[in-house]
Design a protein around this ligand. Structure first.
Ligand code: NAD
Length: 477
């Protein structure tokens, strides 16, 4: 049931007795009611996924590629519909929602190009008694569980390679932001069906009982893979559950990205990249810069200039002109961010701007800069996931790199210097799955996205991304 006249009318929200509310986090108004799925529907969906895989296997790689390309084209054609939906349910400013649409759609284009290049090899057996043929086969039905921060892109990174590899997908979107994915599911189903394929290849299953749904489906031997983007705690739980049926897993988990500024860095470039790395998606990004680590020679100027830019950030409803920061997703997240800042201030940190919850409707938190942060502060250990920057100084590059690596996470890291030797040290010594060097924006459908340590395993995008949905098969010929 669509309640807001700004949302596209064709979002299939479902009908039935158990509806749950979707809110606009900027106004706290209900914008839609979505049908919760039941255990019987999960079972039914998995059965239909198994049938869909059989029908999809009749499609040649070229035909699959053409379907994926058509999905890309349709998403781009409907940019405005998707962008408004994302802004309304998630809060991000409209320009950023358009950016997410372009980025998320790109995974369908990229994997349409990869669908016709599945890897394989032939080599002679050393004993000379035959050939070793190595091919790939689709893993089988996939459960994809996604977070609310990028309602399209986090699922697109899973759906597109799975389709290209030949796998059906059940998607469980975050209960805060199911609308974007329901619309995506409809777009995909229509295109697959028009091409003569199975409408159930990609099914969207909103569920408020996320734990119940995932444990139920993962206990069913017909499911073969779980791919998850979300918090490290839930990721660990899913890996444990996956053990029983030895499911393939991909885990894109939390981060605590360091942003290291050496004394010889180009500060104009640093400031542009700092704002990108911190404020993209209002800081609600797993690769958001969490800790600015700045050489003492440039720390004062960096902090002054960062504060000027952060203080100029306008927060408000993402559909309004001139707004560059939307609300955070829920009151709970807003209160968590506020408590991180309050604890740090109480421990003696300096607040350069922001730092107070505004008195207005909506879950807003202002852009905030903190320095003199005690080394043992919670804010340096935990993912902030909001528009708050902390600045810590270092004296030597060794100390800066050691501080950067002093975290259990290892998703993204950023390093800034004009010296090629220092850049090389960043590239080799920062412990992260992704390292940006003199770059504040690193996501790219053509590059492998993923982490090390407590940030998980598996890669999304690049030529690596499709391997997550393929099993290796050796044929002795
Ligand atoms: P979350 O772990 O609470 O929720 C993510 C998804 O998991 C949601 O769909 C939720 O309904 C579901 N879920 C929650 N509990 C579950 C359970 N017990 N069993 C099965 N599913 C369950 O995370 P969140 O707060 O929505 O998202 C923020 C987190 O996601 C951050 O830690 C962020 O770093 C991480 N993230 C990581 C990446 C990445 O690529 N590494 C990208 C975006 C976000």
């Amino acid at each position: 049931m669509i309640l807001s006249d700004i949302l596209p009318a064709d979002i299939p929200t479902g009908e039935g007795p158990s509806l749950f509310d979707v809110l606009d986090p900027a106004t706290e108004d209900i914008i839609a009611r979505v049908q919760d799925t039941t255990e019987a529907e999960w079972d039914d969906a998995l059965g239909r996924a198994v049938e869909a895989q059989k029908a999809w296997s009749a499609f040649t790689p070229r035909q699959r590629a053409e379907v994926l390309r058509a999905v890309f084209d349709e998403l781009i054609r409907r940019t405005d519909d998707f962008a408004r939906t994302m802004t309304l349910e998630m809060g991000k400013p409209l320009a950023e929602a358009r950016g997410e649409l372009a980025y998320g759609a790109e995974y369908f284009r990229w994997f349409s190009e990869e669908a016709v290049r599945l890897p394989g090899r032939v080599s002679p057996a050393p004993a000379g008694n035959g050939d070793i043929l190595v091919t790939r086969a689709p893993v089988g039905p996939v459960l994809a569980i996604t977070p609310w921060n990028f309602p399209l892109a986090m699922a697109a990174r899973k759906i597109a390679p799975a389709m290209a590899a030949g796998c059906p997908v059940l998607v469980k979107p975050a209960a805060e932001t199911p609308l974007t994915m329901l619309l995506t599911g409809k777009v995909i189903a229509d295109i697959v069906e028009q091409a003569g394929g199975p409408r159930d290849l990609v099914q969207i299953l909103p569920a408020t009982d996320a734990a119940g749904m995932s444990s139920h489906l993962m206990a069913d031997p017909r499911l073969r893979k779980v791919t998850f983007t979300g918090s490290t705690g839930v990721g660990k739980l899913l890996v444990r559950q996956a053990a029983d049926n030895l499911l393939r897993t991909s885990m894109e988990l939390g981060g605590n990205a360091p942003f290291v500024v050496n004394e010889d860095a180009d500060l104009d470039l640093v400031l542009t990249c700092a704002m990108q790395a911190k404020m993209r998606n209002g800081g609600e990004a797993c690769i958001a810069a969490n800790r600015f680590l700045v050489h003492e020679a440039v720390a004062e100027e960096f902090t002054r200039r960062l504060t000027e830019q952060m203080a100029a950030v306008q927060f408000g409803h993402g559909l309004e002109e001139g707004i560059t920061l939307g609300p955070v997703i829920t009151a709970k997240q807003r209160d968590r961010i506020a408590s991180l800042v309050d604890d740090t201030r109480a421990a003696g940190a300096t607040v350069h701007c922001g730092g107070e919850v505004p008195e207005r409707k909506g879950y807003f938190y202002p852009a905030t800069v903190l320095s003199d942060v005690p080394a043992d502060s919670r804010i340096l250990r935990e993912e902030i996931f909001g528009p708050v920057a902390t600045v810590t100084t270092f004296r030597t590059l060794d100390e800066g790199i050691a501080l950067a690596n002093d975290t259990e996470f290892g998703l993204a890291a950023y390093g800034f210097s004009e010296n090629v030797g220092v850049c090389r040290r960043f590239a080799t010594e920062l412990h992260a799955g992704m390292v940006g060097i003199n770059r504040g924006a690193i996501s790219d459908a053509a590059a492998p996205f993923g982490g090390v340590k407590q940030s998980g395993f598996g890669r999304e995008g690049g030529v690596e991304g499709i391997e997550e949905y393929l099993d290796v098969r050796y044929v002795a010929l």
